[in-house]
Design a protein around this ligand. Sequence first.
Ligand SMILES: [Fe+2]
Length: 186
Amino acid sequence: MTESNLSSRLYPTRIDIPSEARSKIVVLLNQTLAATLDLKTQVKQAHWNVKGTDFYQLHELFDEIAGELEEFIDLVAERVTALGGYAMGTARMAVANSILPEYPVDILAGIEHVTALADRFAPYAKHLREAIDKTNELGDADTADLYTEVSRTIDKRLWFLEAHLQGSATNGAVATAKTQQPAVAR
Ligand SMILES: [Fe+2]
Protein backbone atom coordinates (compact mmCIF):
# COMPACT_ATOMS: atom_id res chain seq x y z
CA MET A 1 0.00 0.00 0.00
CA THR A 2 1.41 3.42 -0.96
CA GLU A 3 2.05 6.19 1.55
CA SER A 4 -0.91 8.30 0.32
CA ASN A 5 -3.27 5.30 0.40
CA LEU A 6 -2.20 4.51 3.95
CA SER A 7 -2.74 8.13 4.96
CA SER A 8 -6.40 8.05 3.86
CA ARG A 9 -7.14 4.41 4.83
CA LEU A 10 -10.43 4.03 6.72
CA TYR A 11 -11.64 1.18 8.92
CA PRO A 12 -15.35 0.53 9.37
CA THR A 13 -16.81 2.57 12.24
CA ARG A 14 -20.21 3.52 13.62
CA ILE A 15 -19.27 7.22 13.84
CA ASP A 16 -21.83 9.41 12.02
CA ILE A 17 -19.41 11.58 9.98
CA PRO A 18 -19.64 10.53 6.30
CA SER A 19 -16.63 8.51 5.06
CA GLU A 20 -15.89 10.99 2.26
CA ALA A 21 -15.39 13.78 4.83
CA ARG A 22 -13.55 11.49 7.26
CA SER A 23 -11.09 10.45 4.59
CA LYS A 24 -10.16 14.10 3.89
CA ILE A 25 -9.92 14.91 7.60
CA VAL A 26 -7.71 11.88 8.26
CA VAL A 27 -5.29 12.91 5.48
CA LEU A 28 -5.11 16.41 7.00
CA LEU A 29 -4.62 15.06 10.53
CA ASN A 30 -1.84 12.75 9.30
CA GLN A 31 -0.11 15.80 7.77
CA THR A 32 -0.41 17.52 11.15
CA LEU A 33 0.88 14.41 12.92
CA ALA A 34 3.97 14.37 10.68
CA ALA A 35 4.66 18.08 11.20
CA THR A 36 4.14 17.82 14.97
CA LEU A 37 6.47 14.82 15.29
CA ASP A 38 9.05 16.63 13.16
CA LEU A 39 8.72 19.87 15.16
CA LYS A 40 8.99 18.06 18.49
CA THR A 41 12.28 16.42 17.49
CA GLN A 42 13.58 19.80 16.26
CA VAL A 43 12.69 21.47 19.58
CA LYS A 44 14.50 18.66 21.42
CA GLN A 45 17.48 19.20 19.10
CA ALA A 46 17.51 22.85 20.25
CA HIS A 47 17.07 21.77 23.91
CA TRP A 48 20.19 19.59 23.71
CA ASN A 49 22.46 21.75 21.55
CA VAL A 50 21.79 25.36 22.56
CA LYS A 51 24.86 27.22 23.97
CA GLY A 52 25.61 30.64 25.39
CA THR A 53 24.74 32.85 28.36
CA ASP A 54 21.01 32.07 28.07
CA PHE A 55 21.66 28.33 27.95
CA TYR A 56 19.73 27.28 31.00
CA GLN A 57 16.51 29.26 30.48
CA LEU A 58 16.35 28.26 26.79
CA HIS A 59 17.20 24.62 27.62
CA GLU A 60 14.25 24.61 30.04
CA LEU A 61 11.87 26.55 27.75
CA PHE A 62 12.56 24.22 24.81
CA ASP A 63 11.88 21.17 26.98
CA GLU A 64 8.56 22.63 28.15
CA ILE A 65 7.54 23.26 24.53
CA ALA A 66 8.62 19.74 23.48
CA GLY A 67 6.41 18.33 26.25
CA GLU A 68 3.39 20.21 24.90
CA LEU A 69 4.08 18.97 21.37
CA GLU A 70 4.30 15.39 22.70
CA GLU A 71 0.76 15.77 24.07
CA PHE A 72 -0.48 17.17 20.73
CA ILE A 73 1.06 14.21 18.87
CA ASP A 74 -1.07 11.85 20.94
CA LEU A 75 -4.20 14.01 20.58
CA VAL A 76 -3.85 14.20 16.79
CA ALA A 77 -2.96 10.51 16.30
CA GLU A 78 -5.90 9.39 18.44
CA ARG A 79 -8.29 11.69 16.54
CA VAL A 80 -7.14 9.92 13.34
CA THR A 81 -8.02 6.54 14.82
CA ALA A 82 -11.26 7.80 16.38
CA LEU A 83 -12.34 8.75 12.84
CA GLY A 84 -11.52 5.24 11.61
CA GLY A 85 -8.19 6.24 10.09
CA TYR A 86 -4.68 4.82 10.22
CA ALA A 87 -2.24 6.96 12.25
CA MET A 88 1.02 7.60 10.33
CA GLY A 89 3.25 8.06 13.37
CA THR A 90 6.69 6.53 12.75
CA ALA A 91 9.77 8.76 12.38
CA ARG A 92 10.15 7.74 8.71
CA MET A 93 6.47 8.49 8.00
CA ALA A 94 6.89 11.90 9.66
CA VAL A 95 9.92 12.74 7.50
CA ALA A 96 8.07 11.75 4.33
CA ASN A 97 4.97 13.78 5.21
CA SER A 98 6.23 16.87 7.11
CA ILE A 99 5.64 20.40 5.78
CA LEU A 100 8.63 21.74 7.79
CA PRO A 101 12.24 22.19 6.66
CA GLU A 102 14.99 20.21 8.40
CA TYR A 103 16.64 21.84 11.41
CA PRO A 104 19.92 23.65 10.72
CA VAL A 105 23.01 21.85 12.03
CA ASP A 106 25.39 24.85 11.88
CA ILE A 107 23.86 26.97 14.67
CA LEU A 108 24.97 27.33 18.28
CA ALA A 109 23.89 30.50 20.10
CA GLY A 110 20.54 30.86 21.84
CA ILE A 111 19.30 33.56 19.46
CA GLU A 112 20.04 31.34 16.45
CA HIS A 113 18.05 28.44 17.92
CA VAL A 114 15.17 30.77 18.85
CA THR A 115 15.16 32.15 15.29
CA ALA A 116 15.26 28.68 13.73
CA LEU A 117 12.36 27.54 15.91
CA ALA A 118 10.30 30.71 15.25
CA ASP A 119 10.85 30.10 11.51
CA ARG A 120 9.25 26.67 11.98
CA PHE A 121 6.52 27.56 14.46
CA ALA A 122 5.18 30.20 12.02
CA PRO A 123 4.36 27.79 9.13
CA TYR A 124 3.14 25.19 11.63
CA ALA A 125 0.77 27.79 13.16
CA LYS A 126 -0.45 28.71 9.65
CA HIS A 127 -1.13 25.04 8.88
CA LEU A 128 -3.16 24.70 12.10
CA ARG A 129 -5.25 27.81 11.40
CA GLU A 130 -6.05 26.58 7.88
CA ALA A 131 -6.97 23.18 9.33
CA ILE A 132 -9.51 24.80 11.71
CA ASP A 133 -11.35 26.23 8.67
CA LYS A 134 -11.06 23.05 6.57
CA THR A 135 -12.38 20.75 9.30
CA ASN A 136 -15.22 23.17 10.07
CA GLU A 137 -16.14 23.19 6.37
CA LEU A 138 -16.09 19.36 6.42
CA GLY A 139 -18.61 19.35 9.29
CA ASP A 140 -16.25 18.06 12.00
CA ALA A 141 -16.52 20.56 14.87
CA ASP A 142 -14.62 18.22 17.22
CA THR A 143 -11.49 18.10 15.05
CA ALA A 144 -11.80 21.87 14.48
CA ASP A 145 -11.92 22.27 18.27
CA LEU A 146 -8.81 20.10 18.65
CA TYR A 147 -7.04 22.25 16.07
CA THR A 148 -8.19 25.41 17.85
CA GLU A 149 -6.76 24.17 21.14
CA VAL A 150 -3.39 23.32 19.58
CA SER A 151 -3.36 26.54 17.54
CA ARG A 152 -3.89 28.73 20.60
CA THR A 153 -0.91 27.17 22.40
CA ILE A 154 1.32 27.34 19.31
CA ASP A 155 0.51 31.06 18.83
CA LYS A 156 1.49 31.59 22.47
CA ARG A 157 4.76 29.71 21.98
CA LEU A 158 5.53 31.70 18.82
CA TRP A 159 5.09 34.81 20.96
CA PHE A 160 7.48 33.38 23.62
CA LEU A 161 10.08 32.68 20.91
CA GLU A 162 9.66 36.02 19.13
CA ALA A 163 9.79 37.97 22.40
CA HIS A 164 13.47 36.96 22.58
CA LEU A 165 14.03 38.40 19.10
CA GLN A 166 11.94 41.56 19.38
CA GLY A 167 14.07 42.93 22.26
CA SER A 168 17.06 43.22 19.97
CA ALA A 169 17.62 46.24 17.72
CA THR A 170 18.65 44.03 14.82
CA ASN A 171 16.04 41.26 15.10
CA GLY A 172 12.32 40.64 14.92
CA ALA A 173 9.31 42.15 13.25
CA VAL A 174 9.86 45.66 14.69
CA ALA A 175 12.98 46.12 12.60
CA THR A 176 12.31 47.81 9.27
CA ALA A 177 13.35 46.15 6.02
CA LYS A 178 16.20 48.67 5.82
CA THR A 179 17.61 47.93 9.27
CA GLN A 180 16.78 44.21 9.48
CA GLN A 181 19.89 42.04 9.74
CA PRO A 182 20.38 38.28 10.01
CA ALA A 183 20.35 37.14 13.65
CA VAL A 184 24.02 36.22 13.60
CA ALA A 185 26.53 36.25 10.77
CA ARG A 186 26.89 32.71 9.50
FE1 LIG B 1 16.39 16.99 28.70
